[in-house]
Design a binder for this molecule. Structure first.
Ligand SMILES: Cc1cc2nc3c(=O)[nH]c(=O)nc-3n(C[C@H](O)[C@H](O)[C@H](O)COP(=O)(O)O)c2cc1C
Length: 361
């Protein structure tokens, strides 16, 4: 049904507009008395074998919605109602900002991919904090980034401002140093810059949330050289970081079925979806080899179905996330993936998905 609707209508509409309208419709639907409960009942998967423990919390399933879909925490309850095990909001920056000029999001249907150069359009940390203060139950991670107008020398203070405002409201906090659409941001992945940044954000979290230690994660790019991935992994161990999210979008444009001139005409931005699959998996495997089970790994990048999620979990991911797979799969996709994943757990003769984590390592 969704595929037919997508083929007939949605693929002809501008990607960002479609996102805005469908997300607004979903929020209205779930807020309508009676209908919200119905959506929740139809989409939530109650499969004990999918329950997974992470960051001191029990999640109903390992599939979460990746950052970027709900940048401003406007629809956490509606998205949880679709059957995601958790939602990551953001990227939120300390100051509100409009992002890059439109158009800035493009579908590549032949590649089941998206190119975006949104540039952290968001209402800022205070607005996100106000919304999160009234969020419904469920696991919500908060992803923070650098305000564009802030120079690299002031990046640390910018990140800690967001951390202080948002950590008390987050089940986990992510330092995003991997989006390709904020100039200079990815340079912060170099460990000599990342170490003081993560140390300062850790301190800000502890100051703002003295009674509950907020788990801290970093999200990395798939374009890092292997040595740099190892360096981030070592830093995570050194600092006692709670997790690493691998990966963000790539600036590469290799192996696409969409004609090269059309891709080039779309301009700069991060590529997500199916073409990212192999590299994201390779980064995950490299991280796992380096950190073992000491750091929680969240796999994201090109996850389209239960086979992809299963492979990442067996490669060492405790949780998985997706954005592009959800766009192409439609509103019933999270439920479908969880149902199929539960069947895989049972077919493997396991009673819990926890037993599959890292099974291929
Ligand atoms: C339109 C769009 C906007 C995104 N915005 C963010 C963002 O604000 N912060 C972030 O950390 N990742 C962002 N991402 C990256 C995703 O969270 C994810 O890491 C990436 O798309 C790879 O996963 P996928 O192949 O399942 O889409 C964005 C992705 C897309 C497609």
């Amino acid at each position: 049904m969704y595929r037919f609707l997508y083929w007939l209508v949605l693929q002809r509409l501008p990607a960002e507009g479609t996102h805005r309208v469908s997300f607004a419709l979903l929020r209205v639907l779930v807020a309508t008395p009676g209908l919200g409960a119905l959506v929740r009942r139809l989409c939530t998967v109650r499969a004990p074998e999918l329950r997974v423990h992470a960051f001191g919390r029990d999640l109903p399933g390992p599939l979460g919605l990746a950052a970027g879909f709900d940048k401003d925490a406007k629809g956490v309850g509606a998205l949880l109602a679709l059957g995601f095990g958790f939602i990551e909001i953001g990227t939120v920056t300390a100051e509100a900002q409009p992002g890059n000029p439109k158009p800035r999001m493009f579908r590549l249907p032949r590649d089941r991919a998206v190119i975006n150069r949104m540039g952290f359009n968001n209402d800022g940390a205070s607005a996100a904090a106000r919304r999160l203060a009234h969020r419904p139950p469920g696991i919500v991670g908060v992803n923070i980034g650098k305000t564009k107008r802030v120079a690299e020398a002031e990046a640390l203070a910018d990140f800690t401002t967001s951390a202080e405002r948002l950590a008390p409201l987050a089940d986990y906090l992510v330092v995003n140093v991997s989006s390709p659409n904020t100039p200079g941001l990815r340079d912060l992945q170099a460990v000599d810059k990342l170490r003081p940044l993560l140390t300062a954000v850790r301190a800000a979290c502890d100051l703002a949330s003295p009674l509950r230690r907020v788990p801290l994660l970093v999200k990395i790019a798939p374009d890092l050289a292997d040595d740099d991935i190892d360096a981030v992994a070592d830093l995570a161990l050194e600092l006692g970081l709670d997790g690493i999210i691998a990966t963000n979008t790539t600036i590469a444009r290799t192996g696409l079925a969409t004609p090269a001139d059309r891709v080039a005409a779309l301009g700069a931005g991060g590529l997500s979806g199916a073409p990212l699959k192999q590299r994201s998996l390779a980064v995950l495997r490299r991280l796992r080899a380096r950190v073992g089970t000491k750091v929680t790994l969240i796999a994201v990048g090109g996850i389209e179905n239960a086979d992809d999620a299963w492979l990442r979990i067996r490669a060492g991911a405790r949780l998985v996330q997706a954005y592009t797979g959800f766009i192409y799969g439609g509103p019933l996709w999270p439920r479908r993936l969880h149902v199929q994943l539960a069947a895989k757990v049972r077919a493997a003769g396991l009673s819990s998905i926890e037993d599959a984590i890292g099974a291929d390592v």
